[in-house]
Write a protein that binds this ligand. Structure first.
Ligand code: F3S
Length: 388
């Protein structure tokens, strides 16, 4: 790999051990994937923030960088943490967990990271342009940035996105190269997709088929950003899709002898049926990926002047919640007995320790991960349906 004189100095430890370790990590990845050089990135988004997912070993890893004076070189946001950083007591999070989580947050703060814990940074101002190189790591954010915005990122790991944030560069391979941004599958969805959960179900179906390849979709209708974020999130969870195209809707559309797959209404119905394994519901979660203001509005209108019989937890970024506060949506939701939770998500918070066992969700991604990682049985449906 070619390194500039300045990169060589960092690699040789002349700018301290923290930057040296960071560039070593990037160069090691670059060698594995046969990158020719490092390229500048305009932003980073770091996964591996919740104490539930990184534990003490992960905390020590990031602490090494803060102890040795590392600072991020580009605008860097965090993924959801393990709890609402202000209202963690209302979630029922234990004090011992909260203390460990706050320690992680303070380490990131010291490194200069923007403490906006969200998987939808593109909804709160971090919105890269088409062709812009970035180093993001949360899989749904990666998928949205690559596909809907046309930015260029690989599916970074927590450590490599942190290294990229510190150096301000990443290795030039994978989806940073135009030649790899080509679809291998053409998916013709011959079904009217109405709700966000319909897109989640299509994503679960497609991700299982295409695994880590690139699908291109022909849809029967135009989609909203919320629907595309649900589609990408589900494909990143059931497969490892980091880039997709939608004909006439995404900035890129490039295919090379793709395998064609037709998806019918019965396929979507079957996925929905398979995702659900209970009709009991003690807990309803919406906001995987984090809710947009529009989604919160829909929920507020649905629950207005009603009193809920089960827990309804809505997950979003703090900045979007502040907008929802101003519009009165949060008040309507809270009056109905539900919670609007920031900084965290249903999967990376310890919900299995809060007594929940049967969770309803409209998210294809959350359906898979809540089963696998949080000991939940799932009831899957659209927002209106699960709130009912
Ligand atoms: Fe976001 Fe958590 Fe879902 S990080 S995409 S809400 S699993």
């Amino acid at each position: 790999m070619y390194l500039t004189k300045e990169e060589e100095r960092i690699y040789n430890g002349e700018e301290g051990i923290a930057k040296q370790k960071a560039i070593e990590l990037l160069v090691a990845l670059g060698k594995i994937y046969e990158a020719d050089k490092l390229i500048p990135v305009s932003s980073a988004q770091l996964a591996g923030v919740s104490y539930k997912t990184i534990g003490d070993a992960g905390t020590d890893f990031i602490k090494f960088f803060s102890d040795n004076g590392a600072k991020v070189a580009v605008n860097t946001y965090l993924n959801p943490a393990g709890m609402d950083l202000c209202d963690w007591k209302a979630m029922g999070v234990k004090k011992s967990f909260a203390e460990k989580q706050m320690k992680i947050i303070e380490i990131f703060r010291k490194i200069g990271v923007n403490i906006s814990c969200t998987c939808t940074p593109y909804l709160i101002g971090l919105r890269p342009s088409t062709g812009e190189h970035i180093a993001w790591s949360e899989s749904s954010a990666v998928s949205f940035a690559n596909s809907v915005l046309g930015a260029r990122t690989n599916r970074e790991g927590g450590p490599s996105s942190l290294a990229a944030a510190i150096i301000g560069k990443t290795a030039n391979y994978g989806y940073h190269l135009g030649e790899n941004r080509v679809a291998n599958f053409l998916i013709k969805a011959q079904v009217k997709l109405k709700t966000i959960s319909d897109f989640g179900a299509l994503g679960v179906y497609a991700g299982r088929l295409v695994k880590n390849k690139v699908p291109a979709f022909e849809l029967e209708q135009r989609s909203t950003e919320e629907q595309l974020k649900a589609l990408g999130a589900a494909m990143a969870a059931s497969g490892a899709v980091a880039l997709f195209f939608v004909k006439g809707q995404t900035p890129e559309w490039s295919l090379d002898k793709p395998e064609t797959i037709e998806v019918k209404e019965e396929d979507i119905k079957k996925v929905k049926k398979d995702l659900s394994d209970t009709e009991d519901v003690d807990h309803v979660v919406i906001g995987c990926p984090h809710c947009s203001l529009g989604e919160i509005k829909t929920i507020a209108e649905k629950v207005k002047n009603k009193q809920l019989k089960r827990e309804l937890w809505i997950y979003t970024s703090r900045a979007v919640k502040e907008e929802a506060d101003k519009k009165g949506y949060t008040k309507a939701i809270k009056t109905a007995g539900a919670k609007v939770i920031c900084d965290t998500c249903p999967v990376v918070s310890p919900i299995e320790d809060m007594g929940f066992r049967n969770t309803a969700t409209n998210s294809g991604k959350a359906s898979l991960y809540l089963k696998k990682l949080c000991k939940q049985k799932i009831s899957f449906g659209g927002i209106e349906e699960i709130i009912e």
